[in-house]
Design a protein around this ligand. Structure first.
Ligand code: ADP
Ligand code: MG
Length: 313
């Protein structure tokens, strides 16, 4: 190994685990269902570690947050916890299950750490004026008019309304230095779960009612770690052009400039593929070697450059 920047095993790689890598397809997601999905994912991660990659994991938390909000709505007997605290809870929940599954799967000296991670956002971020990120359960129009938070019509049918919260840009990973040190010591770190706990920095740190996009937070973490590769694992093998249409076509090797042109011509859905593509572009435009979008079962092949959407400068 020559240790050059183009050697993908020379430094850490950041791997973001999407919703379906942590849960089965359908609610209500019992802990056994979570465990079997996580065990499948842990086997893929383990294979990459055994292949010599220095993996740092991040993950989504949409369904877990949704369940906690629903639990809170169904009781008046305990105080309602704010969103930042709930995000921290889901980091612990998912981190614990991942640590255990990885420990059961991987022999050898690697230690696993979940870092409860705060991500600083700007309190002037325009997202605070225009909440767009749907979270939690779905409501009828009548129910939506009764709740104490902002909702939007996000779909059709009987329960088309959902709570919406701001999704500001991540600016800084508060625990970035500690995460770097843990990674340098050879630990497998799980961090920035659910996009990180959103906080603003005034006189000190304080939690805010928002959700940071997990792909953007993963990109920021990858940049702070100086990672050469960012991998976004989701439930599709590629980002596609004309997605869902008869002429749908996978993007394989794609240059940043070309991908940006596709982004600007609205090829990627807001709230799903678009933030992933934006995270990939940001990563390589800030000096990363390679960003990859693929599914967990294709992870190793994608690391070898054989499949997935491979974005390079
Ligand atoms: P995550 O796994 O991080 O939760 P999402 O579910 O938000 O990811 O996004 C992945 C989804 O994006 C896919 O299941 C797919 O339905 C959707 N999608 C939207 N546009 C595209 C596109 N152009 N190419 C591929 N997938 C797309
Ligand atoms: Mg999803």
């Amino acid at each position: 190994m020559d240790g050059s920047a183009s050697d993908p095993k020379a430094g850490p790689i950041v791997v973001a685990l999407g919703g379906n890598t942590l849960l089965g397809k359908d609610a209500p997601w019992t802990v056994d269902e979570q465990l079997s999905a996580i065990e499948r994912t842990a086997r893929q991660v383990t294979a990459a570690v055994e292949d010599g990659f220095d993996v740092v994991l991040t993950h989504g938390n949409g369904p877990q947050i949704g369940n906690r909000l629903l639990q809170q709505e169904n009781t008046a007997e305990t105080p309602q916890l704010p969103l930042d605290v709930l995000v921290a809870e889901t980091q612990a929940q998912i981190g614990y299950l991942l640590q255990q599954a990885l420990d059961n799967e991987l022999d050898g000296p690697t230690d696993f750490f979940t870092v409860v991670t705060q991500v600083v956002v700007d309190d002037d971020d325009p997202a605070f004026e225009n909440p767009t990120k749907p979270i939690g359960p779905f409501y009828t129009e009548a129910e939506a008019s009764e709740v104490a938070f902002e909702t939007r019509r996000v779909t059709t049918g009987e329960r088309p309304f959902r709570r919406v919260v701001p999704s500001p840009e991540p600016v800084e990973i508060v625990e970035g230095d500690e995460i770097t040190r843990l990674v340098e010591r050879g630990n497998l770190v799980i961090a920035a779960g659910g996009g990180g706990v959103p906080v603003v920095r005034d006189d000190g740190l304080g939690g805010v009612e928002a959700v940071v996009d997990k792909d953007k937070a993963s990109q920021l973490l990858a940049a702070e770690l100086g990672a050469a590769t960012l991998v976004l694992l989701t439930d599709v093998e590629f980002a596609y052009l004309n997605y869902g249409e008869p002429e749908q076509r996978p993007l394989r090797e794609v240059a940043g400039e070309t991908l940006r042109a596709h982004l600007e011509s609205d090829e990627f859905d807001e709230g799903s593929m678009r933030p992933k593509v934006e995270a990939c572009l940001r990563f390589i435009e800030q000096g990363g070697d390679r960003a990859v979008i693929t599914s967990p079962d294709r992870f190793l092949a994608a690391l070898a450059g054989e499949t997935g959407t491979q974005v390079r400068a």
